[in-house]
Ligand binder design. Structure first.
Ligand SMILES: Nc1ncnc2c1ncn2[C@@H]1O[C@H](COP(=O)(O)OP(=O)(O)O)[C@@H](O)[C@H]1O
Ligand SMILES: N[C@@H](CC(=O)OP(=O)(O)O)C(=O)O
Length: 551
């Protein structure tokens, strides 16, 4: 559950931290799928172990050739680069949907080989829904009894998926069997202990990425593309010991860079790194970076190695104007700033991990979001700055199941003291407003707040975040309120992020999807916003500072 708070005294409160943003023009993208048309020549060495032949192919037909070879399933492919020095140029992260089956893994191999001028580091998530299945299996193990642990349905699904995948890819099953046996033992252990601690939970879900990367590295090696598997927690991904939500520590960057470069110098091979995982700096135990954390693994590697580009490959054509599962006419957003992307992720767009923009922003490395199911789609490129002059709204984000706290001062403290006290209560209980908080935690907050204020807790709310150019806040608000008024929706609270890219509206959860659809139609499908920009009615153009609406 997420929380939003309204503090009533003499001024209003902002809940997002201040970030600077500027509006310089975007730099042209450095790599893209035009790479497929690269005219350079490659030497393909194709053999089945006993005999081999070589073919010279141009960059433009490399993908087709590799695919043909792979489809035949009987040859080795060795790609050699003519001449130029090999250094890592980009990191390519493939999410669970991109590597969900053997067929998808073949497609991903084709994609990687289709970037002939790239020397990539590969980051993989667990196959398909494996992380969810591991978590469900762990929860069932707590109460099913030791003798039933081997029969947990999700364990069978995980075993079946990974064994079928190695079979279909024709690689040695020993790559996965010992892990699957260990996983079963772990579930028996959980069943015996009748408890699943956060630390054990992280160890449990780590099997997903450990398995997928081993399978993929073995497959690349089998087809003659030299690859080396890495567990992130063994190569320097050091995190805080916050199990299920570890924070990457600075020491990670030099450690990861050293390990990957040293190995490359001694024995070049494409690194295949587990996403999502780290090692707690005090406990030395496996940690995870929060759901969707492989994006963060990728951007961390990008910064550590000072790469030219970070690519995150998903099952959608980039970052879209809203979640396509909420409204299917969402369309791709071609350009985003790190601020916009971070805000979008922070306010609940599942497409990117909330912390993943940080290393990219610090390293000033462009992030490209691509669709592994539709590689020709241009995707979204995320950079430090972009031309915002024609931008009104970029994307609409919905965060559901939010609890709103209405906090009114009892005037025991002055205004400054009151606000400081309110925020110190949140800080003491380690709850960030607008971020996940369990209802138990909220009970504590309310208990503490009631010592200094009258507190009203409203469940079943949703935050609709309008990510865009807050220089046009009046236009955005006029349009948004008109749309919602037409639908008879009462906005219960409004706040503007200090990042100048976000206006958030709180509405009832059960009305929220309809609101997103109506807002999307008005902002992205009516086609009249750009005309309004040509005839501005915005006075001096200074952005709205803060405001709050109560219904
Ligand atoms: N604004 C948005 N743009 C694109 N996808 C979104 C957006 N908001 C939510 N999503 C969801 O995010 C999903 C992709 O993210 P995710 O499942 O984490 O990908 P992966 O597992 O491949 O890394 C999409 O299938 C889509 O349902
Ligand atoms: N497998 C992890 C990490 C991850 O990043 O996954 P994905 O890239 O499929 O969202 C999860 O499901 O959370």
């Amino acid at each position: 559950m997420a929380a939003a708070a309204r503090v009533r005294c003499h001024c209003n409160a902002l809940f997002t931290s201040h970030r600077n943003s500027s509006t310089l023009p975007i730099s042209p993208s450095r790599v893209g799928f035009t790479a497929l048309k690269c005219p350079r020549k490659f030497l393909l060495s194709i053999g089945d172990g006993s005999s081999s032949c070589t073919r010279n192919v141009s960059g433009s037909c490399l993908k087709g050739t590799v695919r043909a070879v792979m489809e035949e399933e009987k040859t080795d492919v060795i790609k050699e680069r003519e001449g130029d020095e090999k250094r890592f140029t980009c990191v390519m992260k493939f999410g669970g949907s991109s590597v969900a089956t053997a067929e998808r893994m073949r497609e991903v191999a084709v994609l990687i080989l289709a970037f002939p001028e790239e020397s990539p580091v590969i980051v993989l998530s667990a196959m398909g829904k494996t992380t969810n299945n591991l978590l469900l299996a762990g929860e069932k193990a707590v109460s099913c009894g030791v003798s039933n642990a081997s029969e947990i349905e999700e364990l069978s699904v995980i075993k079946e998926l990974h064994l079928r995948t190695v079979k279909e890819l024709k690689i040695d099953p020993s790559v996965v069997t010992s892990f699957l046996e260990e996983l079963e033992q772990l579930l028996k252990g959980i069943a015996m202990m009748k408890e699943l601690t956060l630390r054990t939970r992280d160890y449990l879900v780590s099997f997903g990425e450990c398995l997928s990367t081993r399978i993929f590295a073995a497959y690349l090696n089998k087809i003659g593309v030299k690859a080396r598997q890495y567990d992130a927690f063994e190569i320097g991904f050091i995190t805080t010991d916050d199990f299920t939500n570890g924070d990457i520590l600075e020491a990670t960057y030099p450690a990861v860079a050293k390990r990957l470069y040293d190995d490359w110098m001694h024995d070049p091979a494409i690194p295949i790194v587990t996403g999502f995982l780290g090692k707690g700096w005090k406990t030395g135990a496996i940690t995870t970076l929060g759901r969707g954390g492989s994006d963060l693994t990728a951007t961390t590697i990008g910064k550590a190695l000072g790469l030219q580009e970070i690519q995150v490959w998903k099952d959608v054509d980039g970052v879209l104007t809203c979640d396509p599962t909420i409204y299917k006419r969402a369309t791709p957003v071609p350009f985003l700033t790190f601020d916009e992307a971070a805000e979008l992720a922070y306010f609940g767009a599942q497409v990117l991990h909330p912390q993943s923009m940080r290393p990219a922003r610090e390293g000033e490395i462009p992030v490209r979001v691509k669709n592994s199911y539709n590689p020709k789609a241009p995707g979204t490129i995320i950079t430090k700055t972009r031309d915002m002059t024609k931008t009104v709204l970029t994307s609409i984000v919905l965060k559901r199941n939010v609890t709103m706290l209405d906090i009114a001062s009892t005037r025991m403290l002055g205004q400054v003291g009151f606000l400081a006290k309110v925020f110190s209560i949140f800080e003491d209980l380690e709850i960030s407003v607008d971020v996940v908080a369990t209802s138990e935690e909220l009970d504590h907050v309310v208990e503490e707040l009631e010592k200094i204020a009258v507190v009203n807790l409203s469940k079943g709310r949703a935050i609709i975040s309008l990510i865009g150019n807050v220089q046009h806040s009046s236009l955005i608000l006029e349009r948004a309120f008109h749309v919602l008024w037409t639908k008879g929706i009462n906005v219960q609270m409004i706040s503007q992020g200090a990042s100048k890219v976000n206006i958030s509206l709180i509405v009832n959860d059960d009305e929220a999807e309809g609101c997103v659809e109506a807002l999307h139609k008005s902002f992205f499908e009516s086609g009249d916003l750009s005309e309004l920009l040509i005839q501005p009615r915005l006075g001096n153009g200074s952005p709205l500072r803060t405001m709050q609406v109560e219904n």
